[in-house]
Each structure stands twice: as C-alpha cells, then as structure tokens.
Design a binder for this molecule. Structure first.
Ligand code: UP5
Ligand code: MG
Length: 198
C-alpha cells in the first residue's frame, strides 16, 4: 500500500497508562483500526515456528525493546492484511509504538509519517497500581513487580525521548491519563477534535 493513502496516529504513554483502553473506545466511535505493537509481538511469540519467539519472550519479561526490524515488519504486515480485508479501513491507531527513536525514524521512512501522537500522561504510582491489579488475572508475563520496574525504566530512558522528539515538532496531543477511563476519553475526544479539526 502507499503511505499517502493511510492515516496513522501513534498512541504512546507509560506501561499501564491506558493506551489499550482508550484505543478500544476510539475504534468503537471513529472506526479506527487498532494495532497494538505489544499484542502483535505476543502473537508472534506464540506462533508455532516463529524464529523470534524466544527473543520476544525474553524482551517482554525484561521490559526491553524488541529489535525494530521485527516490530516494524509485524506492524506493516498487519496494515497490509487489514487493508486487504477492508480497503476502506485507512485510519490506524498504532498503540505502544514507536518506543525508541530508531523505530520512529524507520517506521516513518518505510511506512508513513504519523499525523499526530496521542500521549497519555500518567504518574508512575498510578500505573504501578493498575498493572499490579491487572496482574492478578491478566496472565501477562510482565505484570509483576520486577518486570514493571524494568518497563518503567525503559519508558523513562528510551521511550520518553521519542515523545519529546514529537513534542518539539508540535505533533503531540497530551492527555492526562489519571482520571477515570470515561473522563480520560472525553478529554481525548475534545483534544483530538481540536487537533484534527473535524
Ligand atoms: N485502566 C486503564 N485506564 C484506566 C483509568 N483511567 N483508571 C483506572 N484504571 C485504568 O490499562 C492497564 C490497566 O489499567 C487495565 O487493567 C485497565 O483496565 C486499567 P491498558 O489500557 O491495558 O494500558 P496500556 O497503556 O495499554 O498498558 P500496557 O500494559 O499494554 O502497556 P505497555 O506499554 O507496557 O505494554 P505493551 O503491550 O505496549 O508492550 C509490552 C512489551 O512489548 C514492552 O515492554 C516491550 O518489551 C515490548 N514492545 C516492544 O519491544 N516494542 C514495541 O514497539 C512495543 C512493545
Ligand atoms: Mg496495551
């Protein structure tokens, strides 16, 4: 597909900020197609015969970032597949990506530039509370105290520079992710409408 045919919004924020929760609502109301980089990596990890399974598993457990070639390829494949199934679905929410500068530059070079970046801002203590709570039932290998600490560290050291890069370019729409999901969503709608002008 051609990058000029599609619209991409990156959805960023720390671990547990509520990216997935907000994306689900945006999908329901605006017909976005939601692609979570983390979900795609977990699927690839579990795919029989995947040559990246062990690598992905190790990275996720340690809150480390999987080499960008793997993630960019999974995202591109998912976009191609989505468009093949439904050529009209041209608006993508890319959730939890890019989380390292090299990924950001690569994706925008080989796929397409993001129209804007939705950034969910949440204090660590609140994100930790959410993830520990979810960990009771999620079965996610990284919803435990040690992995969460590592994920936070990667977020601050490696992923915030990506947000700051887009902030300097004036492409970031920042939303306070601390209130209830409903309140966060109302704020998201208001700010998106303003930024996208529709
Ligand atoms: N919740 C949500 N909103 C709430 C609110 N407003 N108030 C109270 N509770 C709220 O929400 C998390 C939990 O909080 C849920 O229980 C929810 O009900 C509640 P969720 O919407 O799932 O938050 P999200 O930001 O999506 O959290 P997630 O855990 O998915 O974030 P991560 O960024 O850590 O996870 P992701 O799946 O994106 O990545 C996992 C790993 O994959 C990374 O650590 C990394 O190792 C790897 N990865 C890469 O290597 N490269 C990539 O490009 C992407 C991922
Ligand atoms: Mg998520």
């Amino acid at each position: 597909f051609s990058g000029s045919d599609v619209t991409v919004l990156f959805v960023l924020g720390g671990p547990g900020a509520g990216k997935g929760t907000q994306c689900a609502r945006l999908v329901a109301d605006y017909g976005f197609k939601h692609l979570s980089a983390g979900d795609l990596l977990r699927e690839e990890q579990d795919r029989p015969g995947s040559q990246f399974g062990a690598l992905i598993k190790d990275c996720i457990k340690n809150g480390a970032i999987v080499p960008m070639e793997v993630t960019v390829q999974l995202l591109e494949n998912a976009m191609v597949e989505t468009l093949a199934q439904n050529p009209a679905s041209k608006k993508f929410l890319i959730d939890g990506f890019p989380r390292k500068m090299d990924q950001a530059l690569k994706f925008e070079e080989v796929v397409c530039p993001a129209q804007l970046v939705l950034f969910y801002d949440c204090p660590e203590a609140e994100m930790e509370r959410r993830l520990m709570e979810r960990g009771k039932t999620s079965g996610r290998a990284d919803d435990n105290a040690e992995s969460i600490r590592k994920r936070f560290r990667t977020f601050v050291e490696t992923s915030m520079p990506v947000v700051n890069h887009y902030e300097k370019e004036g492409r970031v729409v920042k939303v306070d992710a601390t209130p209830t999901p409903e309140a966060v969503y109302k704020n998201t709608q208001a700010k998106l409408t303003k930024a996208l002008g529709d």
